[in-house]
Design a protein around this ligand. Structure first.
Ligand code: PGA
Length: 248
């Protein structure tokens, strides 16, 4: 059985003083029943990996380039994330899709680049408010899954995060039935493609997960953890979410 995963996405937040949050989390959870991951900004990756060394906290990147090296000013590669001590890379986050116009094909290439560096990819999918209102949620998520999760994905190499765009950073959360419907469909689609092993892929829910709603979200079938933005920045809040995942 793969362990459930509590993943924190710090986005463009955090300087040296924030390392104390990772330290505090590590000391609160010396041997957690789930995996704990923090994806800090690239500038903190190496230092956070140092802080997390010897603890139960894993660190990861928030994005990577499709190539291992080259003339790509401002980008970093999965190989560099591995070199800095990362073990995961988030690919296809909706903020990358919208701010940087990333396509499904590019995200698939990034996931493969992540694997080539020996890391696991957290592939994000999710519909916009308009797509949900138009009744296209399942169709949109299926399309993203099909085109951005590469062939050859395994339970070790790949995590899928369902993050409705309209729920990210807004305090709005789908109903539990809506989360259940999408997660069941993701499981079904992955099973059709990858066979029985897909039962063990971790499927994360993301979008306004907080200590106050974590318990009910983790009770939804096929939710194997969370990708947490704002509430992952403080060890107290993220710790409460981790504790709910341990209990789930
Ligand atoms: P949020 O972000 O928890 O702040 O809504 C989630 C994410 O973007 O991964």
């Amino acid at each position: 059985m793969m362990r459930r995963l509590a993943a924190g996405n710090w986005k463009m937040n955090g300087t040296a003083e924030s390392l104390g949050e990772a330290q505090a989390l590590a000391s609160d959870f010396p041997s957690p029943d789930c995996e704990i991951l923090i994806c800090p900004p690239a500038t903190l990756l190496s230092r956070m990996a140092g802080t997390a060394a010897g603890t139960a906290i894993a660190v990861g990147g928030q994005d990577c380039h499709v190539n291992p090296s080259g003339a790509h000013t401002g980008d970093i590669s999965a190989k560099m994330i591995a070199d800095a001590g990362g073990t995961y890379v988030i690919v296809g986050h909706s903020e990358r899709r919208s701010d940087h116009g990333e396509s499904n094909a590019e995200i698939r290439a990034k996931a493969m680049a992540t694997w080539s560096a020996g890391l696991a990819a957290i592939v994000c999918v999710g519909e916009t408010q308009q797509e949900r209102e138009d009744g296209r949620t399942i169709e949109v998520v299926r399309g993203q899954l099909e085109e951005s999760v590469p062939d050859g994905a395994t339970r070790q190499s790949t995590v899928v995060a369902y993050e409705p765009v309209w729920a990210i950073g807004t305090g709005k959360v789908p109903t539990l039935a809506e989360i259940a419907e999408v997660h069941a469909d993701i499981r079904k689609e992955l099973t059709a493609r990858f066979g029985a092993e897909a039962q063990e892929f971790r499927l994360l829910y993301g979008g306004s997960v907080k200590p106050s709603n974590a318990q009910e979200i983790f009770g939804v079938p096929n939710v194997d953890g969370a990708l947490v933005g704002g509430a992952s920045l403080k060890a107290d809040d993220f710790g409460m979410i981790v504790a709910e995942l341990e209990r789930a």
